[in-house]
Ligand binder design. Sequence first.
Ligand SMILES: *Cc1c(COP(=O)(O)O)cnc(C)c1O
Length: 373
Amino acid sequence: MAEFIPVNEPLLDGNEKKYLMECIETGWISSEGPFIAEFENKFSERCNRRYGIAVSNGTAAIDIAVEALGIGPDDEIILPAFTIISCVNQIIRAGAKPVFIDSDPASWNMDVDQIEDKITDKTRAIMIVHIYGLPVDMEPIINIANKYNLKIIEDAAEAHGQTYNGRPCGSFGDISTFSFYPNKHVTTGEGGMILTNDESLAESCRSLRNLCFQPQKRFVHEKLGWNARMTNMQAALGLAQLERLDKFIEQKKKMGELYTTHLSQFKEYMQLPLTKTPYADNNYWVFGVVMEKSTGLNAEIMMKKLAGEQVGTRPFFYPLHMQPILRKLHISDGVKLPISENLYLQGFYLPSGLALTEVQIDNVVKRLQKILP
Ligand SMILES: *Cc1c(COP(=O)(O)O)cnc(C)c1O
């Protein structure tokens, strides 16, 4: 039986064990420990931001960001359809309206040319999401946001250490968010981070992550928050991971280059990720492929066949406007976004974890070749 190649395996071979042991030996295991502030400081510094607020996961980071910006009933938020459900949850819960933008067919990121037409006098913010290792084209978005006085929420969960024209992803939003799930460039097991330069927004986020306890009257609450605190143990992992972020990125780029070289022979079968755009090199958070419709193959067929060959894969995002819960709530009635719908039907990603070896990449390519007609 061939060796199973998982879609993701994290690398935890730096100071993770040492820092975790320190938590256990000192007894600092809750959200009160010293690693949290250190992780917040080092992570926000890395992104050139003034404030970092560590939270329990990337979804909580987005929920809190949306709430901190005061998004409420009747507000409209523009965001890509091709992203994870986490982006839209709090917009809907707050009673606001998500307005979806289709993807660019080459970069898979939101098509920035479609944004301005969707702006109304109710639009409050644009949420941008850097997808699969390539940043969104920020310059037009910054111009639109300035012109119409809109906030930018930046979901950089897949863009650790990535830059746009040399400026770090995570530095573009009025509020920017990250995830540290194990498939991300930096992991804390579960975890997330909110970044901002605005002191009062930072204060709101800190309060919202901690149930809106008040310093003076602890159990008297003026607002509803969340318990979304990060533990000292998670921050310990995060610090150890952050020390090696540059190395991780180098490794992912190498993975992307190897896949690109090997898979270019199959170009008539599948579209590969762009190696770069005018403003960034791909840093391959994951290596996605999109099957050409003319092959008669789609993502579902390919993933099933690859599973039979012991290769782990993941489907691309199911577009938000098509989500059954959104249809049921009549949030996206009649919305059709052909590019993101096609990406879902035809796209999936190959094993892309940091522990992936060159030999495993070779084997993924060989097994892929075996199942292509
Ligand atoms: C992973 C991810 C999230 C969610 O992060 P969790 O930590 O899993 O809650 C949000 N947005 C994007 C784009 C992601 O890739």
